[in-house]
Write a protein that binds this ligand. Structure first.
Ligand code: CA
Length: 220
């Protein structure tokens, strides 16, 4: 999952970025509204965390601009502005949720999970796919009820594939979901994670679509 963090306060940004990385999200952090627009025009994100008071373009203008361009990425406003009028304006401008600073990191993480699962029409943090279960809140995986130990990146690859069962997920899309701007991506890393996942869930669980990417068959 790749998130865009738009926050000009270095301390708040640092703490949110650290909290998100600890939960294995790939995070791109921009410090002003113009940077947010540039990032949104060049990269696909699974979710945007948007401050409102920003240099070089207000958060509300960034939000209106991205909705005007037809982007449907979930947007969570994270701001110190706590008036009802601000909340109403933000939600009406196309935000999906609104969190007032100061906030508890656990609450921010829970709201992010809620928005991400809503996007794939899921009502809890549990993904069930045939014999495989993923718990997105606890990061636990199981096969036929037995716990399977996964690294953070193996978990992320599996989750991305299970978000779209039956569809081919391009290798480049998996890489984008796993790595932020600052990370070095080696050319065969996704193959290595898939190799590990096949060892853990069975050789036929993930199918290779040559030259394109990978898929998990739709559940029966
Ligand atoms: Ca600010």
């Amino acid at each position: 999952m790749r998130l865009l963090l738009v926050e000009d306060d270095p301390m708040i940004g640092d703490s949110i970025e650290g909290g998100l990385r600890a939960e294995n999200y790939a995070v791109d952090w921009v410090r002003d509204g113009a940077g947010a627009e540039l990032a949104l025009s060049t990269q696909a994100y699974d979710l945007v965390l948007l401050d409102l008071g920003l240099p070089r373009k207000q958060g509300m203008d960034v939000l209106r601009g991205l909705r005007a361009r037809g982007l449907d990425v979930p947007v969570l406003i994270v701001t110190a502005r706590d008036s009802t009028a601000d909340r109403v304006q933000g939600l009406d401008a196309g935000a999906d949720d609104y969190l007032v600073k100061p906030f508890d990191l656990d609450e921010l993480l829970a709201r992010i999970r809620a928005l991400l699962r809503r996007r794939v029409s899921r009502t809890t943090s549990i993904i069930r796919h045939g014999r495989v279960v993923l718990d997105l809140a606890s990061h636990e995986a199981s096969l036929d009820g037995a716990a399977v130990t996964l690294s953070a990146r193996e978990f992320a690859v599996l989750r991305a594939l299970l978000d779209e069962p039956g569809s081919v997920v391009a290798k480049s899309v998996l890489e984008e979901k796993l790595y932020g701007w600052n990370a070095e991506v080696e050319s065969n890393t996704i193959d290595v994670y898939v190799h590990h996942l096949r060892k853990k869930f069975g050789q036929t669980f993930i199918q290779t679509v040559r030259g394109v990417g990978y898929k998990v068959a739709a559940a029966e």
